[in-house]
Structures are given as structure tokens and as C-alpha cells.
Design a protein around this ligand. Structure first.
Ligand code: FES
Ligand code: FES
Length: 1003
């Protein structure tokens, strides 16, 4: 049918089918700022303004839009500089989103800007709760909503003509005397007097202040770019909704791929007939296991050799979970592809369904992986459904238990949860003009994807190009070769471009998730609170395939069991045991999810510590700090385990944990609240109880001796630079912080670094975005490359300055690079653009450029103190988390806005893990949660107050002293909330999420 639509004030004639949604039509017309995160009206990413009011265009028929005005993000604002043409510039809302760091991956940003615009037109002076209400229809998995709310309030103030505070005033920085944080004088224990905590009025609440508190380390004082709240380098395009994501791309004749998923959890395919599907007009290819080579591989995006079994085929004659692949279809439209799926006839021979990992390990249990091609890694054993097995003994736990005054033993459980990035998995594949296969994909691991796909597709690596555009969130879910092979097989079969995009339901039934575990703890402790031994056994459910099985569960022990070593002689020789069995079941496979096994470990460890505290009447924070790892000590696991490779001893150089605990305590008013009966009750509300809880945590930074990052830098005529990195920015801001480090070395503003990342043809190798490594590993590579470029610049600058016939000859190493100039000690200068011109055009011509790479011998842990405050309704079990405070030692903070965005967003994801998120299955292995309505993630109007404090230390193994920040916010929230609930109402729930029903039953 023919429609006349008014889109962004232009009248457009369009031919649509009757059931076509407004979303499909708008994207078909090239309005790629309208995003797609579900098809059920739950995520809000597809929001447009219809006659000025927000509507979800995915559930709005295009035909209904005729006669109405449609406004998309493309109608709002322009890049402020468009050559000779006058630009109207960006809208104040867009400026505010950029300035406040409200944009992480940017996938939800166009929708947030549109709903905010509508709000401010209707209500120029909204309250914070009115802003939160307006934004509540747009889900964001990255930010924790704090900065988007700040952005809207800031824009409102600007639009009202008010002055607003500049971002990043010096008042948010607390200078730290060096003696506090020197590892030599203060090994994580008691240290000098802290500064007075900021008063309530000065703290970072929502308002229009966006900087976190930072206790700065003195080494950072001279920095010009590092440590500054620079705007994200990709923010201007994201806030305009430019076609930056994988699906925002057009190719002539592109086919749409769909996958037939298994309806049963365990079966052999007896018979499959694709005749009717193949004959359907508009179908270009139907593939089953009979049509493609049988190549075994692992979908885990990890370095070579993959530290896990090879147990997966693109298509197999056996299915192992509800949602497993049975057939691939490529067709002219999604509707035809869907219809073709329904015409594929499959006969299954049912096999026993194993959903309990303990039963799956029993002798005689049905075997999931009986294929002869299976390749073992370390102690995997498919004959007893073991994907991996870990046995780590440090010291002698039995001796430690025998020396203890008390033994605490308990069992805990942690659930399967989803990454729930708002952009689904999406890939486009096509042959380029050289018959090389181009894979444009939303991945965290472009180089691993190329290497792993090469044998699967029977194409040499040199004939594959993987491009990672902007990604709408990953959180580990895209550290997987999950969809690329589907589209690639279909492009090979048809010769045509193919797009394959998961629906939200496919995200729930066929993507990866966090490993659920049952965990047993046994802890020995003396009367004075000294830990004598700590043992953990984890039974981990990897689901149908063993992707990340060994490494995720290994981290559960490696990071969570490493923190508490004991005190006195036990500190010298800790007694720690970590055993784990990682078991195949007929659940959908687990995989990588931000935190990578560590949140699973801290739930039992920190709940166990709280039980000890309460039984022995100890101070929760002093007890923890007494037993916690300190600077100058050996990481206890570093001599015992290294993901199946040879372990090497590693000393902890920096640890700001004690200061984190002290600053966090002050921020949440711990001393006024903990053990204060009056605070726990609310006058006039006898059914409510307040509670407060704490958890201390540590993570790692990168994988030592393995993960490598590369960077190259090239100087341009005007003194600007192209920075090419293989590192993969998922929305975290890594492109920005890498550019900040290069800009610091080269003495230029950030705008002079033109950054491009993750294209296997053009950027150097990088292992990808995982293991909290980009700022540390890829950052060190960037600094190395920048230093080489700086060296070339100084040599040429010295030559140019000395030619000017001055009396004093300047040596290259005396020259500083600052403010786009090379400056000699006596004040003579030459601009970088003059140096670039000289190098490219005038004398001894050369391209000033360098390439460098870096692999680290260490993995310095970040540390954090997490605090939570809750209110529990003791009649219903309802719990409201009122406030989360996280004080983090992540080394030097390169960009306080992007880093605090990581902490805020991570805390909110972890809050879901604490209180509401869980993927559940029926007795046949069918998923109960299949959309974002059933699976609840937090909305903007459901947030607790969030506060982030950075306690900087200077990590000596990195040129700018950084450690990781991205994953540690996932670790402490659940146990801190669990401990706060215990504090509020005395109910001990050992399996998370802690739902109202569990609390109510415990009362
Ligand atoms: S795509 Fe429309 S609400 Fe999710
Ligand atoms: S910034 Fe909101 S979903 Fe990523």
C-alpha cells in the first residue's frame, strides 16, 4: 500500500506492506537513528516523536502514521563545523549528553534525547523525578541513568538561560598526601589522617554535577590530558544517531538470515527435509548440517590456544539445548525467511534431558558430547560431561582448619543471568570486489573472530576482513563467535550480502549468559578474627557447550578467594583451596559476562565473612581489612594457577583498599548507622526496617603473558595524528582514554587525535575487549607508539630550532611537547604543524609514524569497597535499595567521567543480579523469560542513589599508573545488598537474587 508520511518536515511517499511497523519503514528509508532492541515495545530504543509525543515505532504500524508528523533524531542538531556551510550546531540537549558523559555505547541515546526534548518542551523546569519518569520508557544497560538524568537537568537549566557549573571543577578532587598511598609505607593497612569527608550538600548527587570524588595520587599533577574529563571521541556522531552501528549499513541485494532453533533440549536429528522451504519463492538458501563442512571449534573469543575444549559445529546432527541450531535460511525478506523456517521438516530422536549439573556428572548419565571430533583441553572429560575441572591447593587447608577456633560451613547458589545489551547480536557479511569475505559485526573480539572463523569457513585468514563498528553494549556477550558463521555460510552459499540479527527472544534462548553455580564454603577462624583457612567448591553449569567454562570458573576462585589470606603467620603462608567442576547440561550455554566468574565468587565469600562477623561480634570492616591482601604481598593464586598455563609469581604493588573502606564508610555515614538501633527504624512506619552492608572485592587487570594489544600512530600535515588501535570500544570510552594517553605524550588536545579502532585489515592486532585490559594493555601499546613518534618529532624539532642560528644548541631530549608545539628549555618553539610540513614536504622527507605492541607480565588487581543501604518491609519482604556507594582503587583514572560511568552502570547491572534478574527453565529445559518484560532490568525511575569515589594509586607497571575499572563494579553489590538485608531484618538468604519471596519466607 502507498503511504504519505511527514518525516522530519519532509513529505515522503512510501510503499509498505499492511503489517509493516513504523520502525521497519523508517530504517528502510535510511533513518538509522531509530534503533531496534526488541520487537515487543519494551526497550524504547525505537522511540520517535509522533505529533510531538514519544511512541515505540516497533509496535506502531506505519499505516497508522499517515497524516501525523514524525520526528526522528536526524532532525535535531548538526555537527558544529560543516566546512563552508553554516551549521545550526547541536541542540542543547545533545551538548549536555556529550558534556555529562551520558553516552556510553550510545545505542539508547537517540531515544533518550527525543523523550527529553518532548519533556522539556512541555515542562521547562522538571524535577529530577519527572526526568527519571520521562526517561523510564527507554532502557539503558550501560549508564545506570545517573548521567542521562544529569544531562537533561543540565540542558533544562541552559534552555532556561541559567548559568551552569562547568564540568569537572577542582572541588571534586581531594589531593592525597603521597605517604598515604605509597605501598612501601602503607601496605594496605592503617594510613595517615584522611581529609574531612565532603558534607552532604557537596556530594555528587544528581543535580547538574557529574564528576565523581577523586582522591588523586600526586604523580598525576603534571598531566594535561590524562585525568581530565574529556568528551568521548565518538559522542558527536552517537548523539546525532549517525549510522555507526553494524546494522546501520546498506548493501544492494542484501538477504536476511534466520535460524531454525531446536524446540527440544536433547535429541539426535533423525531426519531433516528442506525441500518445501527451498522451493518457497524468495528463499535463496537453506542449510543444514548436511550442507556445510563439519569443523569442530570453540565459540569462545579467546587467544590461541583456546583454553577450553573444542566441542561446537556450525550445524550438527545433534541438538543439545532448546534454542540450539538446526538450520539456516537466507531469503529476500525477514517474513519470507520466517515462513521458510516453518516449512523445514525435522524428526528428532529424543535423548535424556540433563538440567542438574550434579546429576549430569553421575555415572551412567546421558553424554552430551559423544562426537569423535571433540578436542579436550586440560582436564575436560566429555565421558562424564565435564567441560573442565579445577583443583587448586595453596598451603594446607586441613592444617588451617585444625588450628581454627571456629569452622563455618555453608552452601550458596548464584543464578544464570543475561548481559541484556540493548543492541542485539548483529552481523553483515559480503564478498568485496577482491572476493574477500567482509564481516561487519557487533563483536568484542574482531581478531579472534577472524582466526576462529578461518577453518570453519575454509577460508585463509588473509581472505577475511572483520570490521567492528560502534557496538551497542557487549558486557561479555559479544566475546563469542555466535552469529558470524551463520551469515558467512549463507554468503558463501549464495554469493550475496547477508544480514543476521538476533531477535530479543533469540538473545534469551540462544545467546550466552553468566554461569550459574552451587558453591560450598568452609572457613576456619580464630577467636580474634584471624582466618586460618578458606576452602571453596564450585559446581558450575556451563550448559550445552564449554565456551569459557574453564576460565570463567577459574576466575571465581582466582579473584574472589585471593582477597582474604588471613593475618599474622597465615598472611605469610595462606591456606586456600579452590576446587571446581564445570559440567555440561542441556541448558543454553553460559559464557563471558562482565566480571567473568568473579561476581559468582564474591556472593559466597562475602556472605560467609558476614556470618563470621556476626557470630563472633567483630567489626565488619576491621575484620575484613585485618585478613585482606595488602600491597607488597604475593597474589596467592599467582604461583598456583594460570588458566591451564604455567603460573608465575606476582607481587601486588598497589592496594588502596583500606582507604576505599574509609572513604566509602564516610560517604554512607556508616558510623552513624551500623549497630545503631534508632537508625534501623523509621518513625511512624513500624513495618519498615533500614539496613546497611559492606563487601570488599578485587579483580584483575588483563591476562599476563598472553593478551597483547597493538597501536599505530601517524602524523598528518597539520600536526594532528591518526591513532589506529585494534582495541575494541564497546561503549566504555576506550577509544577516548587511549587517545587521551597518546595526546598526553604528544602534547596536543584530544581533538587532534583522530582515532579509528578494530578493523582487521587496517588496525594492528589486539586481543579485544575483555578481562578489563584495554586501558592497561592497549593503553601501554599506545603510549609506546606515541613515545616513538614523539622521539621523531623532537629530533626534527631540534634540527629546525638549531638551524635558526641560535647561540645555544638544543638537544632532542631537552625538548618538551606541549600545546601543539615543541618547546626548548630556553623558550624557543616550533609548531607541530611546521614540523609535520617539514617532514612530509621540505627536508629529508619521512612519514613520522610508529607502531608498538604490549603484553604484560603482571595483572595488577583493582580493589574496591562496596556499600549498600536498604529498606525492608518486614510484612511483605519487599526490599528497596536506597543507596550504593563504591570506593574504587583502579590506579590512576584517565577520564573521571567515563570511569565513573563504568562504575555507575556496573553497579546497576550488579543490582539486578542482587535482587531481581534470573533466567529460569521448565523441566523440559524451555526458557521462562524470553523478553525484557519478563526479565526485568532496572529503569531510570527505579534507581537507588549512586555514588562513586576513586582512590587513586599509581600502578608502577603502567606508564600512567592505571589499573582496570570496567568489571570490578559487578563484584560487590550483591553481597553488600545481601548483608544489608541481613542487617535490616535478620534474614539470611544464601541464594541470590534476594527476592521478596525469599525474604518473606526467611522471616
Ligand atoms: S525496539 Fe521498540 S521498544 Fe524495543
Ligand atoms: S548507553 Fe544506553 S544502552 Fe548503552
Amino acid at each position: 500500500m502507498e503511504l504519505t508520511l511527514t518525516i522530519n518536515q519532509a513529505v515522503v511517499q512510501v510503499d509498505v506492506s499492511p503489517g509493516e511497523s513504523l520502525l521497519q519503514v523508517l530504517r528502510g528509508l535510511g533513518y538509522f537513528g531509530v534503533k531496534h532492541g526488541c520487537e515487543t515495545g519494551d526497550c524504547g530504543a525505537c522511540t520517535v516523536l509522533l505529533d510531538g509525543k514519544p511512541v515505540n515505532s516497533c509496535v506502531f504500524l506505519a499505516a497508522q502514521a499517515e497524516g501525523h508528523t514524525i520526528e526522528t533524531i536526524e532532525s535535531i542538531g548538526q555537527h558544529p563545523e560543516l566546512g563552508w556551510k553554516l551549521s545550526q550546531g547541536l541542540h542543547p540537549l545533545q551538548h549536555a549528553f556529550i558534556d555529562t558523559g551520558a553516552i556510553q555505547c550510545g545505542f539508547c541515546t537517540p531515544a533518550q534525547v527525543l523523550v527529553a526534548k518532548e519533556l522539556l518542551e512541555r515542562n521547562p523546569s522538571p524535577t529530577e523525578s519527572e526526568v527519571r519518569e520521562a526517561l523510564s520508557g527507554v532502557l539503558c544497560r550501560c549508564t545506570g541513568y545517573l548521567k542521562p538524568v544529569q544531562a537533561v537537568l543540565r540542558a533544562a537549566a541552559i534552555l532556561r538561560g541559567e548559568d551552569v557549573e562547568p564540568i569537572g571543577g577542582a572541588d571534586t578532587v581531594i589531593p592525597a598526601p603521597s605517604e598515604w598511598l605509597s605501598p612501601k609505607t602503607a601496605p594496605g593497612g592503617t594510613i595517615g589522617e584522611p581529609p574531612a569527608p565532603l558534607g552532604p550538600a557537596e556530594r555528587v548527587l544528581t543535580g547538574i554535577r557529574v564528576m565523581p570524588q577523586i582522591q588523586a595520587t600526586p604523580e598525576t599533577e603534571p598531566y594535561q590530558r590524562v585525568g581530565k574529563p574529556e568528551r568521548k571521541v565518538d559522542a558527536v556522531k552517537l548523539v546525532q544517531g549517525k549510522p555507526a552501528f553494524a546494522a546501520d549499513f546498506e548493501q544492494r541485494g542484501m538477504l536476511v538470515a534466520k535460524v531454525l532453533h531446536s524446540p527440544v533440549a536433547h535429541a539426535r536429528i533423525k531426519h531433516v527435509d528442506t525441500t518445501r522451504a527451498t522451493q518457497l519463492p524468495g528463499v535463496a538458501a537453506v542449510l543444514t548440517y548436511k550442507d556445510i563442512p563439519r569443523v569442530i571449534f570453540s565459540t569462545a573469543g579467546q587467544s590461541d590456544p583456546i583454553p577450553g575444549p573444542l566441542d561446537t559445529f556450525s550445524l550438527d546432527e545433534k541438538v543439545r539445548f532448546v534454542g540450539d541450531r538446526v538450520a539456516f535460511v537466507a531469503a529476500e525478506t525477514a517474513a519470507i525467511a520466517e515462513q521458510a523456517l516453518s516449512l523445514i521438516e525435522v524428526e528428532y530422536e529424543a535423548l535424556p534431558v540433563l538440567l542438574d549439573p550434579a546429576q549430569a556428572m553421575e555415572p551412567g548419565a546421558s553424554i552430551l558430547h559423544d562426537e569423535t571430533e571433540y578436542v579436550n583441553f586440560a582436564e575436560s572429560d566429555p565421558t562424564c560431561n565435564l567441560a573442565a575441572k579445577i583443583r587448586i591447593d595453596i598451603g594446607d587447608v586441613e592444617k588451617g582448619f585444625s588450628e581454627a577456633d571456629f569452622i563455618f560451613e555453608d552452601e550458596y547458589e548464584v543464578p544464570k543471568v543475561q548481559q541484556a545489551h540493548i543492541e542485539p547480536h548483529v552481523v553483515i557479511t559480503y564478498w568485496d570486489e577482491d572476493d574477500r569475505l567482509v564481516i561487519r559485526t557487533s563483536t568484542q573480539v574482531p581478531f579472534h573472530a577472524r582466526r576462529i572463523l578461518s577453518p570453519v569457513l575454509n577460508l585463509p585468514i588473509k581472505r577475511i576482513r572483520v570490521i567492528k563498528p560502534r557496538i551497542g553494549g557487549g558486557f561479555g556477550g559479544k566475546q563469542e563467535i555466535l552469529i558470524e558463521d551463520v551469515a558467512a555460510h549463507l554468503t558463501i552459499a549464495t554469493g550475496r550480502p547477508v544480514i543476521f540479527e538476533y531477535t530479543r527472544e533469540e538473545e534469551f534462548i540462544a545467546a550466552r549468559s553468566r554461569h550459574p553455580m552451587r558453591i560450598r564454603m568452609k572457613t576456619g577462624v580464630m577467636k580474634d578474627g584471624t582466618l586460618t583457612a578458606n576452602a571453596m567448591y564450585a559446581l558450575s553449569d556451563t550448559g550445552a557447550y564449554g565456551c569459557h567454562a574453564l576460565t570463567v570458573t577459574g576466575n571465581t576462585g582466582h579473584k574472589a578467594m585471593a582477597l582474604y589470606v588471613g593475618d599474622g603467620p597465615y598472611r605469610e603462608k595462606p591456606n586456600i583451596q579452590f576446587y571446581a567442576d564445570i559440567v555440561y547440561t542441556n541448558h543454553p550455554p553460559a559464557g563471558a559476562y562482565r566480571g567473568y566468574g568473579v561476581p559468582q565468587g564474591y556472593w559466597p565469600v562475602e556472605r560467609q565473612m558476614e556470618k563470621i562477623v556476626r557470630k563472633l561480634g567483630l567489626d565488619p570492616i576491621e575484620f575484613r581489612l585485618k585478613n585482606a591482601l595488602r600491597a607488597g604481598e604475593l597474589h596467592p593464586f599467582s604461583t598456583a594457577w594460570s588458566e591451564g598455563r604455567e603460573p608465575r609469581p606476582e607481587t601486588i604493588e598497589t592496594c588502596g583498599l583500606a582507604e576505599c573502606a574509609r572513604q566509602g564508610k564516610a560517604a554512607i555515614d556508616w558510623d552513624q548507622k551500623y549497630a545503631n538501633p534508632a537508625w534501623h527504624e523509621i518513625p511512624g512506619k513500624p513495618h519498615l526496617r533500614k539496613g546497611i552492608g559492606v563487601a570488599l572485592v578485587m579483580q584483575g587487570t588483563a591476562i599476563p603473558y598472553l593478551d597483547m594489544g597493538g597501536a599505530s600512530i601517524k602524523m598528518n600535515d597539520d600536526g594532528s595524528f591518526n591513532l589506529l588501535v585494534g582495541a575494541t570500544d564497546l561503549g566504555t570510552g576506550s577509544d577516548t582514554v587511549l587517545a587521551q594517553m597518546a595526546a598526553e605524550v604528544l602534547g596536543v588536545p584530544l581533538e587532534d587525535m583522530v582515532t579509528y579502532s578494530s578493523d582487521t585489515d587496517f588496525t594492528p592486532f589486539d586481543k579485544g575487549a575483555y578481562a578489563s585490559s584495554t586501558t592497561y594493555i592497549s593503553g601501554a601499546a599506545v603510549v609506546k607508539a606515541a613515545e616513538q613518534v614523539a622521539e621523531r618529532i623532537r629530533i626534527r624539532a631540534a634540527r629546525m630550532l638549531n638551524k635558526a642560528n641560535q647561540a645555544v644548541e638544543v638537544m632532542p631530549d631537552e625538548i618538551r611537547l606541549v600545546d601543539r608545539r615543541a618547546v626548548s628549555p630556553d623558550g624557543r618553539t616550533v609548531s607541530l604543524s611546521a614540523i609535520a610540513h617539514n617532514a612530509l614536504h621540505h627536508a629529508d622527507q619521512e612519514q613520522i609514524m610508529a607502531v608498538a605492541s604490549y603484553v604484560s607480565p603482571v595483572s595488577p588487581p583493582p580493589f574496591a569497597a562496596q556499600f549498600a543501604e536498604v529498606t525492608v518491609d518486614i510484612e511483605t519482604g519487599q526490599v528497596v535499595v536506597d543507596k550504593l556507594v563504591m570506593a574504587v582503587d583502579s590506579g590512576v583514572i584517565v577520564n573521571p567521567i567515563t570511569a565513573s560511568g563504568q562504575v555507575e552502570g556496573g553497579m546497576v547491572q550488579a543490582l539486578g543480579y542482587a535482587v531481581c534478574e534470573e533466567m529460569r527453565y521448565d523441566e523440559e529445559g524451555r526458557a521462562r523469560e524470553r523478553d525484557l518484560r519478563e526479565y526485568h532490568i532496572f529503569r531510570s525511575n527505579e534507581m537507588p542513589e549512586l555514588e562513586t569515589i576513586f582512590i587513586e594509586t599509581f600502578e608502577p607497571s603502567h606508564p600512567f599508573g592505571v589499573k582496570a575499572v570496567a568489571e570490578i563494579p559487578m563484584d560487590g553489590v550483591a553481597p553488600a545488598v545481601g548483608n544489608a538485608i541481613l542487617d535490616a531484618c535478620g534474614v539470611q538468604v544464601d541464594d541470590n537474587p534476594v527476592t521478596p519471596e525469599k525474604i518473606w519466607r526467611g522471616m
